[in-house]
Design a protein around this ligand. Structure first.
Ligand SMILES: Nc1ncnc2c1ncn2[C@@H]1O[C@H](COP(=O)(O)OP(=O)(O)OP(=O)(O)O)[C@@H](O)[C@H]1O
Length: 268
């Protein structure tokens, strides 16, 4: 297991928002965490990287590479975050500072993690952009000069730059149109095959779960309802809530045939 969460609870002063949730993610797998809005998916994922809002507390155990992440000093958690454990968020625009170029974002990220010298950082940034199908020239642009799809690709390039063992992808396609969303997921799947990283994939969209996940966990009102292999959950859900979620999901076809290979495509 790359990540084992045991009896994780997240509480505010008033109440428990995540209740004693346990789950494990295997090395290199695509693990989907599903549930309606407000079920506690994001809080769980934020607890993993010690990124909870300051009014919330987590307890339980989160084992990652032999370390209990909840017990690490914040400075150590910061150094793990971005190196062996990385995040990509729905709000890709919020992940970028508007007055810094894309190149400056790559540079800052690498400096924070001790990558030197500057020529190596530049080279890695160009390669990272190219690896997600973008032109290295985008390093000189500002975030507002990129499309939503290009920015989300850039976030993925940055998140994968230091070859993390686990990528937490929280609703990464929600803010994109369906074609861009599909391309981003194809890209993630291709990058996962190349790098072998595990993905904790948080989503509302059962079409994506069906297509990419190997195992699934379902959350409701802060609790884990059930978890298991994709086929078991999709074909034989044990819980009424899971059944309802699956039945309520749209079954629109995912556009596919008219798309070029997302990894090689160069968006300008
Ligand atoms: N800082 C906070 N203080 C108090 N309650 C919070 C805080 N952040 C989130 N919550 C509450 O915790 C619950 C779980 O929120 P969370 O963001 O984890 O849900 P989610 O399943 O990720 O939803 P969505 O799919 O809409 O992102 C919600 O009821 C939310 O209002």
């Amino acid at each position: 297991m790359i990540l084992s969460i045991e009896q994780l609870s997240v509480r505010s002063r008033e109440k428990a928002l995540v209740h004693e949730v346990s789950l494990s993610i295997r090395k290199g797998e695509w693990f989907a965490l599903v549930g309606q809005s407000g079920s506690g998916k994001s809080l769980l994922s934020q607890a993993v990287g010690q990124m909870l809002p300051s009014n919330l507390r987590a307890d339980g155990q989160i084992l990652f590479q032999g370390l209990d992440l909840l017990k690490l000093p914040p400075s150590r958690a910061r150094s793990i975050r971005g190196r062996t454990l990385s995040y990509v968020f729905q709000d890709y625009q919020g992940s970028f500072t508007p007055f810094r170029t894309i190149g400056q974002h790559f540079d800052e990220y690498q400096k924070t993690h001790g990558i030197a010298p500057v020529a190596v950082r530049k080279q890695r940034a160009v390669e990272a952009l190219e690896s997600v199908g973008l032109d290295g020239q985008l390093l000189f642009r500002y975030p507002f000069q990129l499309s939503g799809g290009q920015l989300q690709r850039t976030s993925i390039a940055i998140a994968l730059l230091l070859s993390p063992e686990l990528l937490i992808a929280d609703e990464v396609t929600t803010a994109l149109d369906s074609v861009s969303a599909h391309r981003i997921l194809q890209l993630l799947a291709a990058k996962q095959r190349q790098t072998g990283c595990a993905i904790l994939f948080i989503t509302h969209d059962w079409r994506h779960v069906r297509r990419y996940a190997q195992r699934i966990a379902v959350m409701k009102e802060g609790k884990m309802v059930e978890s298991g292999s994709r086929d078991r959950i999709l074909d034989h859900p044990q819980h009424d809530y899971t059944r309802q979620l699956i039945q309520a999901a749209p079954v629109l076809p995912v556009p596919e045939s008219n798309l070029p290979s997302s990894l090689m495509e160069v968006e300008r």
